[in-house]
Structures are given as structure tokens and as C-alpha cells.
Design a protein around this ligand. Structure first.
Ligand code: NI
Length: 394
């Protein structure tokens, strides 16, 4: 009965939710600068007569109170920011903000949560408890909007007993979700390295200290932290995507600059790996006559899905979507600042399928051709409303 009512409402508003998504997609804004996005969210909440307050600059927090009595509170979170990517999709709602694109689907998360809000608001006489809506800025850029919102009290007054979030996945077909209990997404740290040698003529290596060769040894050496020191059962990734040795054919430079990322799923190992990498980088540099500055900037923690809560969400999703449409997700070594909520409050973060192989919608997140099958929105809006109502004990 409840499911049918929610599904009917989700269908009825699906065109509206798609129009929200297209508007947000056409007007993407970078992290911490989501001014128009924030205004759009507030306007929609005003239309729905849902009370809201600003938080963390461009963030918005709103409350929907069920009319039956209960102190129970749960929170639903959507991130709202876009990426510095130039859109390559030739669609009517393509980005009008040159060089900025919703290439991670946060337009979908935001429009979907507005749709969920519409459903919950329309049936608030039917449920007990409070739903807190969290429209969070700046997921894509450290230090991340989640930490700021938590500092500003998003998890207090009223304090949610659980937080739920979703992320689009183009590798899961629209109409399905992917879910995993326990450790789900990686911690993420940024690594910045300056290797110092002594540049000179490429013909006279004996007179120089070659930072390019130090860099080469270091790149290979550091991978041993992953392959020889990490416990093989602990997922660990180290990747360097930027290596700049700005010499020339016959000029050895003074310095090499590198940037990389380190990811894992255990706090103790994370700390140990940091120390091991610093030690190894310093040792390799010094053994070759050079030196290095090895700086690690700590990013998001790993994301853990509360076991019991995630089992419950899986069951709700099976009821709502059908058992065959709830897939087991693998560990995903991407990072998410939803992890910060998960470290403080029992949480569940799941993947909502937006892919469609038949329609050719398969591009990865963070690419200029990323897009979604918009039929997924009717599922994402309704499912989240159903999860909220069920979780509040209705
Ligand atoms: Ni994302």
C-alpha cells in the first residue's frame, strides 16, 4: 500500500524531477561556489513549503516532520557540486557554464532528493518521525563540505539516528542498485613530492645529481609499499598522475615535481603507510645524493556502511525494486566525503544504477561524455522516500 502510493507519486513527479536535473545539469557550479544551485534548492523547498536553513555557505538543511508523534530522526544526503570538466555531450541541457560539468551526477543526487522531499511532504500525515534533508556543497574538493557541515551542527538538533546517501553508477543499469555492507569506499590522501638534485648538461651525468633518475627509482620503489608491505587482504592503491621534469633533451633539471593519491580502507595501515612512504622516498633520494620534500595531505576517511542498517536498506530495496534489481556492490576505491557522516553516525551509502548499455549510456564518472538514463530518477526518488519512511518505523 505504502509502496504503491510512493511509486504512484514518484511517477507523477518524474517529469518535474527530470526538469530539475536538466536545469542543474545546464547550470553546474564548482565546489564551494554553488550559489545558483543553492538558490534553486531553496526555491523548490519553498514551493513545497518545507522549512530550510543555510549551512556551510552554499549548503541547505531542511526538515520534514511527520504529523504522527515520534522523536526518531533520520537524514538523507545529496551533494550538489560539479567538476572542472568540459562537457562533450550534444544534449539540449548541456552545461552552459564553460569548463564546468556535472560529470559525477551530483545534479542527479540533488534533483532526486528534491523529488523525495516532494513525496515525503505529501504523505507527512501518514508517518511519524522527522526526515532531515542535507544538500551538501563541495564533495569534490578537500576539505569537503561534509566536514564543514558537521562542524556547523548538521548532525545535531535534531540528531539523526542514521544517514542515507546515494551515488549514481553508470556501470549499473537504470532500475537497479548496488549495495555493500561494511567497508565500502576508500580513504584518500594527496601526495606532493619535490625531488631536489643538481641540474646540468645531459652529457656530464657525473657532474650532476639527476632528480629524474631519483624520481624513476622512487616511483618504482614506492609501489613496493603496496605490493610488499601492505597486507594483501587490505585494498591499497598508490597512483602518481603528475610527474614534471622540466629539463630538455640535453638538460638535466634541478628538480622534479610529482603528485599522487594514496587510498586504503584501514586507519592504522593508512598511518603506517604514510610513514613507510616518507621513509622510502627520503632514503632513495639521499642514497642518490639528492633530497626530497614528501608531503601528504590527508583527505577523506574510508566509508563504512553500518551492517544492520545496510541489511535493512537491502531488504527495503528488494521490496521496492524487486529482488533481482538489488546487486551486491564491490569495494570501490573512490573516496567520498559521505564517509565523514559514516564515521560518526550509522550510515548507508548505495549506488543507484543510471547506465543503459542498449542506449549506449556507459561513460564513466568524471568524463566529458558522462550521462545518465533519466528513467533512473523515478527509482532514485521513490526508493529513498521508501527507505526514509521504513527506517522511521512506519
Ligand atoms: Ni560524486
Amino acid at each position: 500500500m505504502l509502496i504503491e502510493e510512493i511509486k504512484e507519486h514518484a511517477n507523477r513527479i518524474s517529469e518535474t524531477v527530470i526538469s530539475y536535473r536538466r536545469h542543474l545539469h545546464a547550470h553546474p557550479e564548482l565546489s564551494f561556489k554553488e550559489y545558483e544551485t543553492s538558490a534553486f534548492i531553496k526555491e523548490r523547498l519553498n514551493e513545497l513549503e518545507i522549512e530550510w536553513q543555510p549551512m556551510a555557505g552554499t549548503g541547505v538543511v531542511a526538515l520534514i516532520k511527520g504529523e504522527q508523534s515520534s522523536d526518531k530522526v533520520i537524514a538523507l544526503r545529496a551533494d550538489i557540486d560539479a567538476l572542472p570538466v568540459t562537457e562533450a555531450n550534444a544534449v539540449s541541457y548541456a552545461s552552459q557554464n564553460n569548463g564546468v560539468m556535472h560529470a559525477c551526477g551530483h545534479d542527479v543526487h540533488t534533483s532526486s532528493l528534491l523529488g523525495t522531499a516532494s513525496i515525503l511532504q505529501s504523505i507527512k500525515h501518514r508517518f511519524a518521525g522527522t526526515v532531515k534533508l542535507i544538500f551538501q556543497p563541495a564533495e569534490e574538493v578537500l576539505p569537503g563540505g561534509a566536514g564543514i557541515m558537521i562542524k556547523e551542527g548538521v548532525l545535531d538538533n535534531p540528531k539523526p539516528a542514521a544517514v542515507f546517501g546515494q551515488h549514481v553508477s553508470p556501470f549499473i543499469e537504470a532500475g537497479k542498485i548496488g549495495i555493500r555492507k561494511g567497508k565500502f569506499m576508500a580513504s584518500m590522501d594527496e601526495i606532493f613530492v619535490i625531488i631536489r638534485g643538481r641540474g646540468g648538461h645531459g652529457a656530464q651525468p657525473h657532474r650532476n645529481i639527476d632528480p629524474v633518475m631519483i624520481a624513476a627509482q622512487m616511483l618504482v620503489g614506492l609501489q613496493q609499499v603496496v605490493s610488499r608491505i601492505a597486507n594483501p587482504t587490505m585494498p591499497t592503491v598508490l597512483s602518481f598522475g603528475k610527474v614534471i621534469a622540466n629539463g630538455a633533451i640535453n638538460i638535466i633539471p634541478d628538480e622534479v615535481y610529482m603528485e599522487g593519491t594514496f587510498r586504503t580502507l584501514d586507519e592504522k595501515w593508512r598511518e603506517e603507510a604514510h610513514e613507510r612512504m616518507k621513509k622510502m622516498a627520503t632514503g632513495i633520494s639521499e642514497s642518490m645524493g639528492g633530497s626530497c620534500d614528501f608531503t601528504i595531505s590527508k583527505g577523506y576517511p574510508y566509508l563504512v556502511n553500518d551492517e544492520r542498517l545496510t541489511e535493512q536498506v537491502s531488504a527495503y530495496a528488494e521490496e521496492y525494486l524487486g529482488k533481482e534489481n538489488v546487486e551486491a556492490a564491490d569495494i570501490w576505491m573512490a573516496a567520498e566525503d559521505f564517509a565523514r557522516y559514516s564515521q560518526l553516525t550509522p550510515s548507508c551509502f548505495y549506488l543507484i544504477g543510471v547506465g543503459n548499455k542498449e542506449k549506449g549510456i556507459t561513460s564513466s564518472l568524471h568524463t566529458p561524455t558522462f550521462n545518465i538514463d533519466e528513467s533512473s530518477l523515478v527509482f532514485s526518488t521513490g526508493l529513498m522516500a521508501y527507505i526514509a519512511i521504513k527506517q522511521l518505523g512506519n
